[in-house]
Design a protein around this ligand. Structure first.
Ligand code: HEC
Ligand code: HEC
Length: 398
């Protein structure tokens, strides 16, 4: 009984206070209440691309969200620090000039292997950030971040099992990047505090989310929105598919090698004219080794024995710019990769059955002669999309 009375008194007090405040406001300023009305981002699906987009229900893409996300993606203070040597943002490792991968001649990571603010190398080499909105099969080399993942938080990193710390989508990779010791190596609190302290952000958060509140959930959502808008669909190969240009004779011969089983037989795992994403988004063991001890392979996610040594067959779009190649960066050049598929395959019982060239009469690979290797390479280079590499709306807004 006493409790109820107390609650009524508190409620009345709140009501009275609210009335006083609102009267006060009405007298002072006559601004109409602003309605939160963000503009839906017009996400165009390029010709021939799938229409099944991976956008979580609770994070629709808006112009305002993308604008905010672009700033945060490029803001080194996302690290929660502002001294010159401890700035780190997503763009530190995901460079537009390298198709949002690490690229050659990176000022900090000349060998292409990035490390976090504490100097620890990332367990794998980076992945490019484009066309991710079409990936419904899981992110990262092993697909750990996927819609099926019901885990929350990472207790060993001090991240509690709360809904905003899900492990299901691009949003997750934002807060994970902040706390991962081999990346930003910070804390959620430091990042939130730093972003709150920067003058330009409250207004951008208000436009994107309806009020000025700044928290990790909104930081993650806006960066994820920006990343979902990054599309690569304007390579020479795209233009060829749209009937706007012809491939050169070498590129055409390379395409035939790429998408025939008698040829180099790449298309089963990496897409083709019928799948211009140039990835199936699926996981395979592509016969590089016969000993498997990386805890972060596909087996590390599924626990299925057949997934040992399996990784995502990443997109071959912009492959010219995304070396070093493979999850462990073992090949520095495309020529090395082509030599590997031509005569370097290693037998193991885990090699995927689609690695057809492991079987007799081949055994070691597609056995391409030098002109064929040059043709295959010419085709791979036709997958470079200069528009992506230079498009202003993806570039550093600062
Ligand atoms: C220190 C370098 C580094 C920084 C900084 C970094 N990343 Fe990454 N990123 C990586 C590496 C390495 C991978 C691949 C990890 C793996 O799969 O093992 C990756 C993978 C990803 C992927 C998965 C792509 C795919 O196709 O599955 C996304 C998304 C991503 N990063 C987003 C971000 C965002 C957002 C930020 C900023 C908060 C960020 N990254 C900061 C190195 C970095
Ligand atoms: C059985 C499926 C499969 C086939 C067939 C296949 N690949 Fe791959 N490819 C993969 C997988 C899986 C990876 C990633 C492996 C890793 O990182 O350890 C990969 C990686 C690559 C990479 C490096 C990607 C990067 O971003 O680092 C290139 C380039 C490549 N493949 C080209 C080819 C070419 C060219 C062919 C045909 C000669 C081919 N692949 C055939 C599955 C396949």
């Amino acid at each position: 009984m006493i409790k109820i009375y107390r609650n009524i008194i508190i409620l009345s007090a709140v009501f009275l206070f609210a009335t006083i405040v609102s009267c006060d406001k009405d007298e002072k300023e006559d601004i109409p209440p602003t309605v939160y009305n963000p503009t839906t981002y017009n996400m165009e699906v390029p010709q021939g691309f799938p229409t099944n987009l991976n956008i979580p229900d609770d994070n629709p893409i808006t112009e305002e969200g993308v604008k905010l996300g672009r700033y945060l993606f490029y803001d080194g203070r996302l690290s929660g620090r502002d001294e010159e040597d401890s700035l780190m943002s997503c763009a530190t490792c995901h460079l537009q000039s390298a198709a949002f991968e690490i690229g050659e001649n990176h000022p900090k990571y000349p060998d292409g292997h990035p490390h976090g603010l504490n100097g620890k190398e990332t367990p794998h080499f980076p992945l490019p950030l484009f066309n991710l909105i079409w990936n419904n099969e899981g992110y990262l080399w092993n697909g750990f971040i996927s819609k099926e993942n019901t885990n929350l938080g990472i207790p060993s990193y001090g991240i509690p099992a709360e809904p905003q710390y899900h492990l299901t989508n691009i949003e997750s990779l934002v807060w994970m990047g902040i706390v991962a010791e081999h990346e930003i190596n910070g804390t959620i609190e430091m990042t939130e505090q730093m972003i709150r302290s920067i003058d330009m952000y409250p207004a951008l958060f208000e436009a994107a989310f309806g009020d000025k509140q700044i928290n990790i959930d909104r930081i993650s959502k806006s960066i994820a929105q920006f990343i979902r808008t990054i599309v690569s669909s304007n390579s020479k190969f795209d233009k060829y598919l749209r009937g706007e240009t012809n491939l050169s004779p070498a590129e055409s011969r390379g395409l035939v090698l790429f998408q025939t089983e008698e040829g180099a037989d790449c298309f089963h795992c990496h897409g083709s004219a019928g799948n211009p994403l140039m990835t199936t988004h699926l996981f395979y063991n592509n016969a590089k080794d016969n000993v498997f001890n990386d805890p972060r392979d596909r087996y590390g996610v599924t626990g299925n024995e057949i997934d040992r040594g399996a990784y995502k067959a990443t997109t071959l779009r912009n492959i010219e710019h995304t070396g070093p190649y493979m999850h462990d960066g073992r090949f520095k050049t495309l020529d090395e990769v082509i030599d590997f598929y031509s005569e370097g395959l290693v037998y193991s019982e885990y090699a995927h059955p689609l690695m057809e060239k492991l079987r007799p009469p081949y055994g070691k690979g597609a056995e391409l002669n030098p002109p064929q290797k040059a043709d295959l390479k010419a085709f791979l280079l036709s997958l470079t999309d200069e528009t992506l590499l230079t498009e202003e709306k993806y570039s550093n807004p600062f």
